[in-house]
Design a protein around this ligand. Structure first.
Ligand code: 5CA
Ligand code: ZN
Length: 414
């Protein structure tokens, strides 16, 4: 599937060899070096299920991991970036039915909206952007591999013998989320799982192939006409495009369990290798203290703000003003503050001269290499802009260099 258009990514001069990027890994609960010392860093960020796109929670996740893409590139690495689109799954089909729209039309329209929003927010597109529907053959091959390893079974149900991945086939199951079993079961039920379905061997076994029901789409396969389960989609896409043991799988913290745990488990059993080296998660964004969701009627959409004439760079700066791992709430004040900050920065980079930029750029880089600390990077630019407008500075190259650094490292065009 087509991603969105890429704006040219500025290249800054490196004054010294780049220090490794460190990120907080959810599995080990420690800060770990992320990406190779040279060559290609391999990144998989879980993409949208195309409805309610693009709310601030979505936007925050993709802008956060865009920082990782940028700071890796800044260090001279190539980045192999893969993202999926869950363009067939229960929530999408349910929304399509509830609103009387064809599910394909809903997906197509929402994916286009998402592309337009990502482009406006200056998010570097993935090299491979893949939908669940177009990758069904990959999923079928992976299920067959798991079947050969006795890790997949048909649920004991005379009507619909859906296939499940047996959690018991993976001794390392749980090593990402570290949840006590009862808690895992409760979260599984909340996030699309079916712990209580009769005929399963274990409550945490997850669906990998769902036999076609009346009124639902289905594709032919050796296991019958049906459709893939959610987790196996990302496992199959990542293994195919990035291979085992890739650098980072990323997404919002709601994906730690079950999604990323299941992806990692299925991949381990299928390949005898780790799925990713690190699992990195962004915080949840709510609205005025509540979780953002359509049912609560409190979605803030990027496209709606853009239509109201809000500068997408102000939206981006608003997102970056919070650390990516924090949970926080979108408020009007966050956007007002970001709009003012953008104006201050723009004023400073339009001056004939400013304070020397070298130290500021060093601070921005150090902040981002330290677990993508965008608020610290923003503070460095704030300090530069404040000083440059207040005093009669004489470095005529500085304003352009800062503008270049803001674009290259933060994705903020001034
Ligand atoms: N298609 C799956 C991933 S394979 C999915 O979770 N889709 S989604 O549309 O629900 O979410 C897309 C991304 O946005 C995921 O990384 C998810 O963790 C993140 N996300 C969803 N809601 C929020 C929120 N309120 N705050 C922050 N991130 C969110
Ligand atoms: Zn995913």
């Amino acid at each position: 599937m087509q991603a969105w258009n890429s704006a040219p990514v500025q290249r800054l001069q490196l004054s010294a060899p780049a220090a490794r990027v460190h990120l907080f890994d959810s599995a080990s609960q420690t800060f770990v070096p992320a990406g190779p010392e040279e060559g290609t860093a391999r990144l998989y960020v879980c993409g949208i299920t195309p409805y309610d796109a693009t709310h601030m929670g979505h936007a925050n996740t993709y802008v956060s991991f865009d920082l990782l893409n940028r700071i890796w590139r800044d260090a001279g690495l190539e980045v192999a970036y893969v993202q999926n689109v869950t363009d067939v799954d229960d929530p999408l089909l349910e929304r399509a039915t509830a609103t009387g729209v064809d599910w394909r039309e809903l997906a197509e329209q929402q994916i286009q909206l998402f592309r337009d929003d990502m482009e406006a927010l200056n998010v570097i597109p993935p090299a491979h952007y893949l939908g669940a529907v177009e990758t069904i053959p990959l999923v079928v091959d992976l299920i067959a591999e798991l079947q050969q390893r006795n890790a997949v079974y048909p649920v004991d149900d005379p009507e619909f013998a859906d296939l499940y991945f047996a959690q018991a086939s993976d001794p390392q199951f749980g090593s990402l989320s570290h949840l006590p079993e009862q808690e895992a079961i409760a979260i599984f039920a909340e996030r699309g799982g079916d712990p209580d379905r009769p005929g399963k061997k274990g409550p945490l076994d997850c669906l990998v192939w769902r036999q076609q029901r009346e009124g639902e789409p289905g594709w032919d396969s050796p296991f019958g006409t049906g459709r893939p389960g959610w987790h196996i989609e990302c496992t199959a896409i990542a293994l195919q495009l990035l291979g085992s043991d890739f650098d980072v799988q990323a997404g919002g913290s709601d994906l730690v369990f079950p999604h990323h745990e299941m992806c990692a488990s299925e991949a381990r059993v299928a390949t005898d290798q780790p799925f990713a080296k690190s699992y990195v998660h962004s915080g949840m964004v709510g609205l005025d203290g509540e979780k953002m969701s359509k049912s609560k009627g409190n979605l803030v959409l990027v496209s709606a703000l853009r239509q109201q004439g809000v500068d997408p760079m102000a939206i981006r700066l608003a997102l970056l003003s919070n650390h990516y791992r924090d949970d926080w709430s979108w408020t009007d004040d966050v956007l007002v503050a970001a709009t003012e900050r953008l104006a201050r920065w723009r004023e400073a980079v339009r001056l004939d001269a400013g304070l020397n930029a070298d130290e500021v750029i060093d601070r921005m880089r150090a902040a981002l290499r330290n677990d993508l600390d965008a608020p610290a990077a923003l503070a460095a630019v704030d300090a530069w802009a404040g000083a440059s407008t207040a005093i009669d500075a004489d470095d005529s190259a500085a304003p352009a260099l800062i503008a270049q650094a803001c674009d290259a490292l933060l994705g903020v065009r001034l």
